[in-house]
Write a protein that binds this ligand. Structure first.
Ligand code: SF4
Length: 350
């Protein structure tokens, strides 16, 4: 199995396990929460392998009223500030710090999505009124970096990224997930991993905590390590830092959570080729992972694409045997994964 294949499959397994079992025992998770899991999300500068959004179950159900698509920053500005009674949008919404024209467009988009009410007053000005308060559904945001083979050199490579995560404290916790080998984790191996990061040992259907993470100060200002010296003898440059204020962090956290809510972790199928005759899904613990019959293994999202030399279309006959209206097995697989994604979103089960 190539490294890419191993990492992709490992990542899906971590997502699958987290959806079923999160939080790990001994975690700081707040009371009874529902875990919303997504892959490959973050900020412009940093993308995490796995994101766990710990959500208040009631608030998550109320979030479902705003629809399955994410609310981007402009829409969040509208729905979080929309008044209970009719008001001109420029009176009702705080100055966004960018031209009002963009706010007006966002008000129209929110209205088109049916998540606020709008009307024109006698002077032709746009008024808005909220339909529901936007719920405070995100309890905690947890970032997981997946390294199936955490050898000493992988740990060294990972360390600067984790140090950046700890300095910024955008997520409440940062973890490294690695394959359980059955052996005790060598302390030397973890030397380079910041002590604030947790370590999770994952095997096929379970995971165990080898090191508990420290809760990061998400409400405090964070530090963005924009540049740092390489540490080699020839690099005498100074590290460069930027400041991240708590409001910026709070906004980013909810934007990431909204994207996680929309995408979930099964969205890999949107970029893969379930319409290929070799594409299958294999069940593991009630969930499914992609399988390529031509290669005899789990394919990565990158290789299972339009440029795959082994791609072959589903034979037309497959579409005629009981699939005439709704498409062939490829479409059925997409529907299955979509159903599973919806099952994890209270209020969106149908
Ligand atoms: S042959 Fe290529 S496109 Fe088809 S399932 Fe395998 S990896 Fe995907």
């Amino acid at each position: 199995m190539s490294d890419d294949t191993a990492e992709f499959t490992f990542e899906l397994r971590v997502c699958q396990w987290a959806e079923r079992e999160w939080p790990p025992s001994g975690s700081d998770a707040v009371g009874d929460t529902t875990a919303v899991i997504a892959r490959q999300l973050g900020t412009k500068r940093r993308r995490w392998d796995t994101i766990v959004v710990e959500a208040d179950p009631d608030a998550l159900r109320r979030r479902a009223r705003f629809g399955p698509e994410r609310l981007d920053s402009d829409l969040l500005h509208v729905v979080r500030n929309a008044p209970a009674e009719w008001a001109w949008y420029r009176d009702a919404l705080p100055d966004p710090g960018y031209p009002w024209q963009y706010v007006r467009e966002a008000v129209h988009r929110a209205s088109d999505r049916g998540i606020v009410d709008t009307r024109k007053d006698g002077r032709g000005r746009i008024e808005l009124r909220r339909k529901w308060p936007y719920p405070d559904w995100v309890e905690r945001l947890v970032a997981v970096e997946n390294k199936p083979d955490l050898d000493a050199s992988a740990a060294r490579d990972l360390a600067p990224q984790l140090q950046r995560d700890v300095a910024l404290a955008l997520a409440d916790e940062v973890w490294v997930a690695t394959t359980a080998t059955g052996a005790t984790v060598e302390p030397a191996l973890l030397e380079d991993v910041p002590v604030e990061a947790g370590v999770l040992l994952v095997d096929d259907d379970a995971a165990e905590v080898a090191w508990h993470p420290r809760a990061l100060a998400v409400d405090d200002p964070g530090t963005i390590i924009a540049e740092r010296p390489t540490g080699t003898g020839h690099d005498a440059s100074a590290a460069r830092f930027e400041y991240a204020d708590p409001e910026w962090k709070a906004d980013k956290r909810i934007e990431i959570a909204e994207r996680a809510y929309e995408r979930g972790w099964r969205s890999y199928v949107d970029t893969m080729r379930p319409d290929c005759r070799h594409f299958e899904v294999r069940s593991a613990d009630g969930d499914v992972l992609p399988w390529c019959a031509a290669k005899g293994r789990h394919p990565t999202a990158a290789e299972c694409s339009g440029s795959c030399p082994q791609w072959e279309p589903e034979p037309p006959a497959w579409r005629q045997r009981g699939w005439p209206v709704t498409g062939g097995p490829g479409k059925a697989i997409k529907r299955l994964l979509d159903r599973q994604r919806r099952r994890q979103r209270p209020g969106r089960e149908k």
